[in-house]
Design a protein around this ligand. Structure first.
Ligand code: FE
Ligand code: FE
Ligand code: ZN
Length: 299
């Protein structure tokens, strides 16, 4: 059985316990969450997050906490060479790392950042230095650098840049990669040829560093550098290519996380994950996804 889940929310009043329950409601065996709003630094104290209850619920439902993923807030930019700004990002990251570990998780996904108008190599070097420092502050963490679509000056849009950072990390057990299928497609990698793609990743970075795959279809053409996620089988990557990727024999030990968009009717929006997970497990494209999701959550 593959390890598959989705992004879930963590909101009042049940917080972490609520995240676990949400994952269970999708028939997922893992999940990913933000420890607070991704776009700001306001954080509910750990004591209020129902962590012990969440752990028990996971245990009772065969969710292995070692497969549960935290996503760092996306406002963190370790690549910004403005020293005042990067200090804020760095402190935010260290705080998130501490929360991740206290919640019992090991993996935190991080966007490598954007070099803005600065020199790209200097930005990459700074990211590596700050990661080394952050890892030293809590070596039991494993930071997963996410492959990016290459919007604006984003770094991490080619495997070589991720590799460049990893090479400079001292504690190799504390660094890894999260491959996002939408991002690499938008970045110009072709998911039609999964063997080639995985071989390329392996030769440049090494498959042992790959821990998590974000599974998303894309609204845009290959190489568009846009980063707009689409529901599984409804975008430009397509169902068969995503299935061939997920079930590739060389990545069966990885953790697969959906970050596809909610489905909207005129007033509300509903999570597609229960139905997308089932379609992935059955390897059968769900042509009625929209109607099924809306009628399931509306009743
Ligand atoms: Fe991400
Ligand atoms: Fe992602
Ligand atoms: Zn994205």
């Amino acid at each position: 059985m593959i390890k598959i889940g989705s992004h879930v929310s963590m909101t009042s009043p049940n917080f972490f316990l609520g995240s676990v329950n949400e994952a269970i409601s999708y028939n997922a065996n893992t999940f990913m969450f933000y420890t607070g709003a991704p776009q700001n630094s306001l954080r509910v104290p750990l004591e209020r997050l129902k962590i012990n209850e969440a752990w028990k619920m996971m245990k009772d439902n065969n969710i292995d906490i070692n497969n549960v993923i935290v996503h760092a807030p996306y406002l963190i930019n370790l690549a910004n060479l403005n020293q005042e700004k990067v200090a804020i990002s760095y402190n935010l990251l260290v705080n998130e790392i501490n929360r991740t570990i206290k919640m019992g998780c090991k993996y935190i996904v991080l966007h490598p950042g954007a070099s803005m108008d600065y020199n790209r190599i200097e930005s990459l070097n700074q990211v590596a230095n700050l990661l080394n420092k952050a890892i030293d502050s809590n070596p039991s963490i494993c930071i997963l650098l996410e492959t990016m679509a290459g919007k604006g000056s984003e770094i991490g849009k080619v495997f070589e840049e991720i590799k460049y950072i990893i090479d400079k990390i001292d504690k190799k057990d504390s660094i890894g990669v999260c491959l996002d299928t939408c991002h690499i497609h938008d970045g110009g990698y072709n998911l039609c040829c999964v063997d080639e793609l995985i071989a390329k990743f392996d030769s440049i970075i090494g498959l042992s560093y790959l821990k998590v795959c974000h599974i998303n279809d894309s609204k845009n053409e290959m190489g568009a550098h846009k980063d707009r996620h689409e529901n599984i089988g409804y975008g430009k990557i397509g169902f068969d290519n995503l299935i061939n990727f997920i079930y590739h024999p060389l990545i069966q030990d990885k953790i697969f996380i959906l970050e596809t968009p909610y489905i909207k009717d005129d007033k509300n929006s509903f999570p597609p994950y229960k139905f997308e997970i089932s379609s992935i497990l059955n390897k059968k494209f769900d042509e009625n996804l929209y109607q099924e999701v809306i009628s399931y959550y509306k009743k």
